[in-house]
Design a protein around this ligand. Structure first.
Ligand SMILES: Cc1ncc(COP(=O)(O)O)c(C=O)c1O
Length: 406
């Protein structure tokens, strides 16, 4: 296959043959190494997006590349009708390092949340019979684009045009424990929460909210589901985001960083919950193939090695301090949010122009919810690389703010 297309060729062909579901930037990418990515002409970009919190070990990670190549020559896929060692080893790693006892593997965050939704309903149906099936989620949440997960996502812009939604979801204000308590009616089987909301704008939970939510669930045998698809796996400086808050869920979902870019999702649960999935209740052809599992084993090895999470916390704190100093110099930055290496600037103007200007200057940054600049660099990013971004970020934001005033 000829992999030598120019940027222009790639973009013009895409305009003809690829479904137009993404508002893509005017940029084609062809290679990467560490925190850098390259366009087909060799132009370099410092990546503060990491495939939206996916390439956490960095691009073209040597350990992942070697493990995947070796596994590709050994066994890529057999059906889940058979046992395979790489998958069992990943499951063991996740269980040994989390609240969970068992894991179901799938291919994406949406699919992991589908599994969580089905498991919660099955648990409740088995124990309490029909009618106790509603799942409550939080305003500004994002849980995926499948029919059930978009129905769980409390954002009308994501629902629009796809109605009728899947029945059995209810939405609550983010961070309001009283509203949560009031909504816990007899038909509720689970509450689904991102411990820190990602796509919704990097919203940390108000102090005590997750604890109160957990108590509220436990006292009624309502399951607490944490969607850690974006904030799990080292992103916050802990292996799992819930560790920051000392609150354990009953079910947790992972994806994005799990196999550093190979498609892999996981739904983890306590034994008393997981036992409600039996043979024939849930499945997916590609879940936990030897190939993606080989990549995930490297990811978990690296993240669990001494010092890795310390470095995420250290660089994250350094980056956040610089963002706070920047906010101190400019009123148009309303707030700095996040922890570890999921950080954000709440601007008082749309961030799309700044993203484009930063791209022109060789930096990839994301904008979410129109006015939030979100930083999700590879977790191996260094202080020196953060230092490279900061003066350009300031220049670009000042220019944007001035242009908007004119
Ligand atoms: C918190 C959260 N849940 C679920 C998803 C959906 O994951 P996927 O796109 O892999 O289906 C995302 C994706 O951004 C996410 O951030």
């Amino acid at each position: 296959m000829n992999m030598g297309m120019s940027s222009e060729e790639i973009k013009s062909k895409a305009a003809r043959v690829v479904m137009n579901t993404y508002g893509r930037y005017d940029l084609a990418l062809a290679g990467g190494r560490g925190a850098l990515v390259y366009d087909p002409e060799g132009r370099e970009y410092l990546d503060f997006v990491a495939g939206l919190a996916v390439a956490s070990l960095g691009h073209a990670h040597e350990g992942v590349a070697v493990a995947v190549a070796r596994q590709a020559r050994t066994l890529v896929h057999v059906s889940n009708l058979y046992f395979t060692e790489p998958m069992v080893r990943v499951a063991e790693r996740l269980v040994d390092n989390s609240f969970a006892d068992r894991v179901f593997f799938c291919n994406s965050g949406g699919e992991a949340n589908e599994a969580a939704i089905k498991l919660a309903r099955k648990y409740s149906h088995d124990r309490y019979g029909a009618g106790r099936y509603r799942i409550l989620s939080m305003e500004h949440s994002f849980h995926g684009r499948t029919m059930a997960t978009l129905s769980a996502t409390a954002q009308t812009k994501i629902h629009k045009g796809f109605e009728p939604l899947v029945d059995g979801f209810g939405y609550l204000p983010w961070g309001d424990p009283e509203a949560l308590d009031r909504a816990m009616t007899e038909d509720v089987c689970a509450v689904m929460i991102e411990p820190i909301q990602g796509e919704g704008g990097v919203n940390e939970p108000p102090a005590g909210f997750l604890e109160r939510a957990a108590e509220s669930c436990r006292s009624r045998d309502i399951l607490l589901i944490f969607d850690e698809v974006q904030v799990g796996l080292g992103r916050t400086g802990e292996l799992f985001a819930y560790e920051n808050f000392g609150v354990e869920p009953d079910i947790m979902t992972l994806a994005k960083a799990l196999a550093n870019g190979l498609p892999m999702g996981a739904c983890l649960a306590r034994e008393t919950v997981a036992e409600h999935f039996g043979p024939g209740t849930h499945a997916t052809t590609f879940g936990g193939t030897p190939l993606v599992s080989a990549a995930a084993l490297v990811v978990l090895d690296v993240m669990l090695a001494p010092g890795f999470l310390d470095q995420v916390r250290r660089v994250g704190a350094y980056f956040k301090t610089l963002l706070q100093k920047l906010a101190g110099r400019h009123d148009f930055i309303r707030q700095v949010r996040g922890r570890g290496l999921i950080l954000a600037l709440q601007l008082d103007f749309p961030g799309g122009g700044a993203v484009k200007a930063l791209m022109d200057r060789g930096f990839l940054v994301n904008c979410t919810q129109d006015t939030v600049l979100r930083f999700l660099p590879p977790l191996i990013i260094t202080e020196a690389e953060v230092d490279r971004l900061m003066p350009v970020l300031e220049e670009v934001l000042v220019a944007e703010a001035e242009a908007l005033e004119d």
